[in-house]
Design a protein around this ligand. Structure first.
Ligand code: ZN
Length: 72
């Protein structure tokens, strides 16, 4: 949906971007990377306002950090 700008499930063009925001530890949408929220990787959500389907995307600039920590 990030790439198509319409819902890949129902075809609706009513797609919302819900960006990850740090609103204190434990809130928002993040992948933990260490002890603090500031080192966590944000996860943006694309949500279909028609059927409720949601996709999650990591901003490209954070992918290397994620790969370094979670790959074998
Ligand atoms: Zn939909």
């Amino acid at each position: 949906m990030k790439l198509t700008h319409y819902c890949t499930k129902c075809g609706s063009e009513d797609v919302l971007l819900v960006e990850a925001k740090s609103m204190g530890y434990g809130s928002g949408n993040f992948i933990p990377m260490g002890l603090s929220i500031w080192s966590a990787v944000p996860v943006d959500r694309y949500v279909c306002a028609t059927c409720g389907f949601a996709e999650e995307w990591i901003p490209l600039r954070h992918l290397k950090k994620l790969k370094d920590k979670y790959s074998d």
